[in-house]
Design a protein around this ligand. Structure first.
Ligand code: NAP
Ligand code: MG
Length: 503
């Protein structure tokens, strides 16, 4: 029996083929446990369980209030188990215990609470008055798609699981999700919560396994009505192709290379903190990270020296220690990717002004090959590959600009458009710039603050559709128009008189 089993049809089960894979703490390389490794056949039985729960089970027939109550119960249970989930999240993925405690677990439970509220408050049937075809009446019904699937990345497994499951379930769908292979355990642990909340079997299923087989099945299986994916733009393109076979709607949350603009009227001290947090939070392994800092030329030198000074104060080490700012990256291969980009940056730009190497002097037991120092390149040309391609590591490009128009032009010169920032002492000026940025979220004098009440998603190649907010709820429902003619006299049938008078 695997330490972490698949959650299918309300029960924990091993993979049909009995296969497992190891999951590790990236800081030490130590094994955490064996995870059941689903194959295509496990994905199929999870989809069938969701299909049965939708077609025959109580879930889609419950009222929004009843579904909302269940989702609130799930949120409460998650909060009650916060420590256990936070521990597992930090250990498995290498994110800090600070992040897991203050962002991941509350981020997941608040998503369940928000979508509970959506289920309770959003009507599922609305009359549209004033029919142009009297005396008919018209209603729009909002109905779940049926079976939805979700494929999620390794950087925020719990939050990403909640963003896929909570809106799907709130709207009355039944769902199957697949966490990333590097960080599967907390999503699988959600099964315990679903069992304790007495969620009907098959409503929420969680399976771990390789993207190339399990993920492809979730995106292509004809029994699936809608699929949602968060991850790289490259795999997002593949998901669209797979979903096109049965014309499934897709929601995609993909990569980013977001610009954080520092105006000449900003409080430079605070702006430096916002830029560093915007870039190095979770080692830059965040899709909306502000990895391009665009800095007004009149404050450029002062600002860059503030960045270097502060970056040097970040504490690197064991992610399980509350004092740590930067833990290990998710894997050694992610460190190697960062190193390839830093080598490219040395060719394109020159020596980084800080970092550019692995840290030394880490505590005993920590694997230095899993860590990387926060790295800053200054004077970067926005056309450089390190300014255009997503690195997904602790690397910041600082780019000077002369005026607001140039800042906007540089910010928008990207295939991506997910996040972004404007640091300024003048809110009107900052809002005018925010309005011109072609990106899904802009933080003024802040960064990374996402809440389930507000929509999140990408422009351009950063994705399609929105998660969270009211839009994120409606992304899991479709509209049906019902036109009802009361019948009776032939005069009530306008089309008979006008369009088909000979019938
Ligand atoms: P990834 O390689 O695209 O993987 C994401 C998920 O897709 C994983 O569960 C993966 O499974 C699965 N997958 C891989 N190949 C697949 C295929 N052919 N068919 C179906 N599923 C497949 O991305 P990642 O390395 O986990 O995450 C990093 C990327 O995600 C970055 O580019 C980042 O910008 C993006 N991201 C975006 C957001 C957002 O909200 N926009 C949030 C977080 C991350 P395996 O783990 O088994 O390979
Ligand atoms: Mg791990």
């Amino acid at each position: 029996m695997a330490d972490y089993q698949l959650f299918i049809g309300g029960a924990y089960v091993d993979a049909l083929a009995g296969e497992t894979f190891e999951t590790n703490d990236p800081a030490t390389g130590q094994k955490i446990g064996d995870v059941a490794k689903a194959g295509r056949e496990d994905a199929q039985r999870a989809i069938e369980a969701a299909r049965k729960a939708f077609d025959e089970g109580p879930w889609p027939k419950l009222s929004g209030k009843e579904r909302g109550a269940k989702l609130n119960q799930i949120a409460d249970l998650l909060d009650a188990k916060a420590e256990k989930f936070a521990e597992a999240e930090a250990r498995d993925g290498g994110g800090t215990i600070k992040k897991a405690t203050f962002a991941d677990v509350p981020g997941a439970s608040s998503a369940f609470r928000w979508f509970a509220r959506m289920a309770e408050e959003q009507p599922d049937e609305v009359e549209v008055p004033g029919s142009p075809f009297p005396p008919s009446q018209n209603w729009v019904r909002y109905e779940p798609f049926g079976v939805t699937t979700g494929i999620i990345p390794w950087n925020f497994p719990l939050i990403m699981a909640s963003w896929k499951l909570a809106p799907a379930l709130a709207a009355g769908n039944c769902s199957v999700i697949k966490p990333a292979s590097l960080t599967s355990i907390t999503a699988l642990m959600l099964g315990e919560v679903f069992q304790e909340a007495d969620l009907p079997p098959g409503v929420a299923n969680v399976i771990a396994g390789p993207g190339g087989t399990v993920g492809e099945e979730l995106a292509s299986n004809p029994l699936v009505d809608k699929t949602a994916f968060t991850g790289s733009t490259e795999v997002g393109r593949r998901i669209m192709q797979l979903a096109s076979g049965t014309v499934k709607p897709v929601t995609l949350e993909l990569g980013g290379k977001s610009a954080n603009i520092v105006l000449d009227d900003a409080d430079l001290d605070i702006a430096a903190a916002c830029v560093l947090f915007g870039t190095f939070f979770h080692n830059g392994q965040v899709c909306e990270s502000g990895t391009r800092a665009l800095v007004h030329q009149s404050v450029y030198d002062e600002f860059v020296s503030l960045l270097v000074d502060r970056a040097g104060k970040m504490v690197i080490g064991n992610q399980m220690d509350f004092a740590t700012d930067l833990g290990p990256l998710v894997s050694r291969s992610q460190v190697e990717t960062v190193e390839r980009y830093v080598a490219l940056g040395r060719d394109e730009v020159g020596e980084p002004i800080c970092g550019g190497n692995r840290p030394e002097g880490l505590a005993d037991g920590l694997d230095p090959n899993a860590f990387y120092n926060p790295t800053i390149f200054s004077g970067v040309d926005n056309k450089a590959k390190i300014a255009q391609e997503e690195i997904f590591g602790p690397v910041l490009c600082v780019i000077p600009f002369a005026d607001d128009d140039e800042a906007v032009a540089i910010a928008n010169d990207s295939i991506y458009g997910l996040g972004g920032g404007v640091q300024s002492g003048n809110l009107d000026r900052a809002r005018a710039i925010a309005a011109r940025m072609r990106t899904g979220t802009v933080w003024i004098n802040d960064y990374h603050l996402i809440s389930p009440e507000r929509p999140f998603g990408g422009y351009k190649q950063s994705g399609i559709g929105r998660e969270l907010g009211v839009a994120g709820f409606n992304a899991y429902r479709q509209a049906k128009h019902v036109h009802a003619n009361p019948g009776g006299s032939r005069d009530n049938y306008m089309h008979l008189a006008a369009l088909s008078s000979n019938i």
